[in-house]
Write a protein of this length. Structure first.
Length: 240
């Protein structure tokens, strides 16, 4: 299996050199030059390891590192900080921020590759979950079946993918745009209303056997959540 290495580095020449050498080593490589963009990308792509430059425009490497460590779904990803020579203090700050390792520029390529490899050895295998659970809802991802308690729930393929997306991060609100892109795919033209239609079908199937755990957040999107009986609910038909 091919590991994804994310490089967050604004020096173009260095980023290119890293890409070239990492790809030669058989890794998939994703380069970002700005931290603000990188974070969303990390959450989406879940790289196996991150090479993070210390000095970046907008948001420093240390800030990014702290943010990574504060997010439960990505905090386990190893981070190797890249910094200028001799900045001992930076090294300490970097490690305090939660970096796993530290490489001083200019570094030798074999050394860097060895560090990457060491982090990958430590890192857990990328998760291939067989099951997702939320309260009494259970998704068997191998058999592609959904249960509520003991009850089997038949879902269409789109509803299944939609529920899977929501159940991977309970509590997180997914926008219609995100769901369209990630459940239906980039190339298919569908209106954002389509999401509402499928959510309605999903609710109908799920709620036959228990309370409604799909939360509608007005003008935003949907989440799987313990539904507070509140004003957010059941508004999807009247929007737009
Ligand atoms: Ca830099």
């Amino acid at each position: 299996m091919q590991h994804l290495v994310m490089v967050i580095e604004d020096e173009e020449a260095l980023a290119l050199m890293l890409r070239y050498n990492l790809e030669k080593e058989g890794y998939k490589v994703l380069v970002k030059s700005r931290g603000s963009k990188a974070l969303a990308e990390i959450e989406k792509e879940r790289p196996s390891v991150i090479l993070l430059d210390w000095m970046l425009p907008e948001m420093s490497g240390v800030e990014i590192c702290k943010l990574i460590r504060s997010k439960p779904d990505i905090k386990g990803i190893p981070v190797i900080m890249l910094t200028a020579k001799g900045e001992e203090e930076d090294k300490i700050k970097g490690l305090t921020a939660g970096a796993d390792d530290y490489v001083t520029k200019p570094f030798s390529v074999p050394e860097l590759l060895a560090r990457v490899k060491a982090q990958l050895r430590r890192a857990p295998e990328p998760e291939t979950k067989k099951e997702l659970m939320f309260e009494d809802i259970r998704m068997d991802l191998v058999e592609k079946k959904v249960f509520r308690g003991e009850n089997y729930i038949h879902l269409g393929p789109t509803e299944f993918r939609l529920l899977k997306m929501l159940m991977e991060t309970p509590g997180k609100v997914f926008s219609r745009e995100f769901l369209l892109k990630n459940v239906w795919g980039d190339n298919i033209y569908v209106e954002s209303r389509t999401v509402d239609v499928h959510i309605r079908r999903l609710r109908k199937s799920l709620n036959e056997f228990g309370p409604d755990y799909i939360r509608t957040v007005r003008a935003t999107g949907y989440a799987v959540d313990i539904n507070p009986q509140g004003e957010d609910e059941q508004e999807e038909t009247s929007e737009e």
